[in-house]
Design a protein. Structure first.
Length: 422
């Protein structure tokens, strides 16, 4: 196979590939053989159909299949032979059709990572602050733990703010039932804004078994536009009132969290805060290192690589909007074009960061083995309380193994740079 390269730019190449006749013929014979085993033609048994008969009926199909298979087999070999790192799908151009006994030529235009040599990462200067966990941070987290483990007890008193209540309600506008405006045994916490404000306010002071009719106006920004700023009449029946109870911070509470006593719980909390702060400090250091390396090293960035990052950021944001994870007032400004404008520079920086880390890994022969990836998957399984075999199968099916490997390689590169700091 003959392979030559035309440099269209530092990040764009046209690869000229010529496949020898023997490879073309071998692929053509294989396609005809496979076809003969599949098709049915009157007067012939499957697998025994003469090639001339197949040619007379399926020649155009076979030539198309052969072109696809020859390109599929030869393109990766050409990339490997010329040590290229594509970041885009190839634009294939075939000038002439494929013929038996003749070489087959085509070109593939593709964007690639340019070979770069990163300077300035050995002995790089950066600020790294010592991680300290203050007692008040531990106490705040202990309070939050109690809040997160709060429970509700039924009480015989009028409902108050933050109480959990069980209620039946039905709404009407101009004596007509509101669509989806009726519910039975509906649990809500007063103040959680699950119901419109006028209804929540009306629940305050109601007792178990009490019924009430109340006028309630839907807010201007209400999700269902047909109800926005309209007033309705709601029939309410309060069935249960429960008050929120915070657990006592004692050894029994610690045991509920699978620890021996409060002292051990505090130690665990302190350790958790320390790990979080260390991770945050490491991220800050990474950001500073990358900013300095981008400033020190100038190189071309493949537009396709930037476009991949940009599309990923836009897709993730739009998915959050779709799932209602973004406030309505913010979502209104999250059009595709506005997101493109917002993330364009960020995507370019992410692409440069990836290229720098990849280059350092190659320069220092930093790699991640399959055994290391496997160990990491085992750690993830333990952290998530999942079966290792099941998790690994899911990761492979989703194609996430390469993502895990990339994250581990990045960590190794940063560990190397930090270790060799000034």
């Amino acid at each position: 196979m003959k392979v030559s390269i035309e440099d269209l730019s530092p990040v764009k190449k046209r690869i000229l590939i010529e496949v020898p006749p023997e490879d073309v013929d071998q692929e053509m014979e294989a396609v005809y053989r496979e076809l003969g085993e599949k098709v049915s033609i009157d007067g012939f048994r499957k697998g025994k159909i003469p090639k001339a008969v197949l040619e007379s009926r399926y020649k155009d199909y076979v030539l198309g299949e052969v072109v696809s298979k020859v390109i599929e087999n030869s393109y990766p070999k050409a990339i490997m032979e010329k040590s290229l790192s594509p970041v885009s799908r190839p634009d294939i151009d075939v000038k002439e059709g494929i013929k038996q006994g003749k070489p087959f030529s085509y070109s593939a235009t593709v964007e690639v990572r340019p070979p770069i040599k990163v300077e300035g990462y050995i002995g790089i200067e950066f600020k790294r602050e010592a991680v300290v966990v203050a007692d008040d941070e531990v106490e705040k987290t202990m309070v939050a733990l109690r809040e997160n483990n709060a429970y509700y007890n039924e009480v015989e008193r009028p409902a108050q703010e933050q109480d959990m209540v069980l209620v039946d309600f039905e709404g009407f506008i101009e004596d007509k039932p509101i669509k989806n405006g009726k519910a039975s045994d509906f649990y809500t916490i007063i103040g959680s804004k699950k119901l419109v404000p006028d209804i929540e306010n009306a629940l305050i002071g109601m007792k178990k078994g009490e019924e009430k009719e109340v006028k309630a106006r839907f807010p201007n920004e209400y999700g269902h536009k047909e109800l926005a700023d309209k007033e309705g009449l709601f029939k309410l029946k309060l069935k249960v009132v429960k008050e929120r109870v915070l657990p006592v911070l004692d050894d029994e509470f610690a045991k509920d969290l699978k620890l021996d006593n409060v002292a051990q719980l505090k130690d665990k909390v302190r350790e958790g805060i320390k790990l979080q702060k260390e991770a945050a400090e490491k991220e800050k250091v990474k950001k500073e290192i990358l900013e300095k390396l981008i400033e020190k090293n100038s190189f071309d960035t493949p537009p396709a690589l930037v476009a991949n990052y940009l599309q990923s950021m836009i897709s993730q944001t739009l998915e959050k909007v779709k799932k209602g994870m973004v406030r309505p007032e913010d979502a209104a400004d999250m059009t595709y074009e506005k997101l493109r404008e917002k993330y364009a520079k960020v995507a370019e920086i992410r692409a440069k960061e990836e290229m720098i880390l990849d280059a350092i890994a190659r320069q220092e022969n930093i790699t991640v083995s399959a055994e290391e990836v496997d160990l990491r998957i085992r750690e993830i399984a333990v952290q998530r309380y999942q079966n290792y075999e099941g998790l690994k199968k899911k990761i492979i099916e989703e194609g996430s193994e390469s993502i895990i490997m990339a994250g581990m390689l990045e960590d190794k590169v940063f560990d190397f740079v930090i270790k060799n700091r000034q």
